[in-house]
Write a protein that binds this ligand. Structure first.
Ligand SMILES: NC(=O)N[C@@H](CC(=O)O)C(=O)O
Length: 431
């Protein structure tokens, strides 16, 4: 089979139609009426060409919970979602807190071959929050770890956070903080936005302030250390306000929002369906509006899925006992189109920014998030901008089924994904 592909007539970043020639892993031509000799031709009239998506926040569950997801199945779900790179969170079993563990994740990602799997290193040993993990060794390993996170838990001790920020500064790393002060929102028990709704449902409250105090503290620590902090899954208007202020002061802070926090609200909890139990919890509509506005104005840099697959027997429990988390990789683009493009809040260049360019920059991934230009790596996602999709959780390539979008109609679909010129997905199907 030819290793040349001609994508014919795609709208580049939603602009004018052009042909794209992919050869030897790179974009070899961009223009009109390019010569198709020897190339596989992909007819792309009406489709939008974007740089391959990069997910800053994916839980792949391997090692330890291969019944919920593996690096292979998670990579496949990512490719179907239009991703060419994912950052694999460290809260596996064992935790990714050594150079060897990070290299193992990297190698399994290469063996799977659907997306570049970039390991995230734990900030503290075994995510316990006390002793720093081998940050330098992970950074210098073959895995070149640059993003560190105890995600699932917060680096709640200010002294440990300060040391982590100082340490990662030496090699241009970043700490991605799961902002949850456990004295205000205890791990495991706090599971519902604190407010009228938690009272009504009788569920332990997870107040927005538990997130906001950590975000406020961390931007001050970033300023003090001159280092770089990233806030994972921001979920409240207050957090966004703090980040907006910090950016205006020149503090080196970035943040991400999940697709689910852009649309789902506390109302979903009324049926006590554990599919909607997630950390941080779903918030009221005012927060959702503030998150959309902040993504539109650039205060929020990226959309990151927090894809959190769980086996049935961990999710199908009474709400208080079920595992936290929901799937996200395969549906993120459709949620972004539905909430941000259809509403006029983002154009396609904006979608490229929040799903590709910014996350690649934050993670320090050189081979991703490029402009669509001759010579750039051929990591390309083709999107059908107006397709109406009714999500079917059983059509998922993820091993898990905790899909909050099941039965909903969303707009926009991934048509094809190319990783260094090779089609991993074509006509929505895994290759
Ligand atoms: N986001 C989630 O709801 N779940 C995450 C970890 C976490 O609790 O943040 C997971 O690993 O399942």
């Amino acid at each position: 089979m030819s290793d040349k592909t001609l994508i014919r007539g795609a709208r580049i970043l939603g602009g004018e139609p052009a042909d794209l020639l992919l050869a030897d892993g790179a974009i070899a031509g961009l223009g009109t009426d390019l010569d198709a000799t020897g190339a596989v031709v992909v007819e792309a009239a009406g489709l939008v060409a974007l740089p391959g998506f990069v997910d800053l926040h994916t839980h792949l569950r391997q090692p330890g919970r291969e019944d919920a997801e593996t690096i292979l199945t998670g990579s496949q779900a990512a490719a179907v979602g239009g991703y060419t790179a994912v950052l694999a969170m460290a809260n596996t079993n064992p935790v990714t807190d050594t150079a060897e563990a990070a290299e193992r994740v990297l190698d399994l990602g290469v063996a799977a071959g659907y997306v570049d799997v970039q390991p995230v290193g734990a900030v503290t040993k075994d995510l316990e929050g006390h002793e720093l993990a081998e940050l330098g060794l992970m950074a210098r390993s073959r895995a070149r770890v640059r993003v560190f996170s105890d995600d699932g838990k917060c680096v709640h001790d200010a002294r440990v956070m300060r040391r982590a920020l100082e340490y990662v500064k030496a090699f241009g790393g970043v700490v991605s903080q799961h902002a949850q002060d456990p004295s205000l929102a205890p791990y495991g028990s706090a599971c519902c936005h604190e407010g009228e709704i938690s009272g009504q449902l009788g569920l332990p409250g997870w107040p927005g302030i538990a997130e906001e105090v950590i975000v406020a503290r961390d931007v001050m620590l970033a300023r003090h250390t001159g280092s770089r902090v990233h806030v994972a899954h921001v979920s409240t208007a207050g957090s966004v306000e703090v980040v907006r202020w910090a950016k205006s002061q020149g503090i080196d802070v970035t943040c991400e929002v999940t697709p689910h926090h852009l649309i789902l609200t506390t109302d979903e909890l009324l049926g006590y369906d554990p599919t909607y139990k997630v950390n941080p919890p779903l918030r009221p509509a005012e927060d959702v509006q503030a998150l959309r506005a902040a993504l539109a104005d650039g205060t929020i840099d990226a959309v990151a899925t927090d894809h959190a697959p769980h086996a049935k027997h961990d999710k199908e429990h009474a709400f208080v006992d079920a595992a936290f988390g929901m799937l996200g990789l395969e549906t993120a683009l459709s949620v972004v189109v539905t909430t941000m493009v259809e509403t006029g809040l983002l154009d396609w260049a904006g979608v490229a920014r929040v799903l590709s360019t910014n996350p690649a920059r934050i993670a320090g991934l050189d081979g991703h998030g490029h402009e669509i230009a001759v010579g750039a790596p051929a990591n390309i996602t083709l999107v059908d901008p107006s397709a109406k999709v009714t999500v079917d959780r059983d059509a998922s390539v993820s091993l898990s089924r905790n899909n909050p979008w099941h039965g909903r109609e969303l707009t926009g679909a991934v048509h094809a994904t190319f990783l260094r010129g090779k089609a991993t997905v074509m006509e929505g199907k895994l290759q």
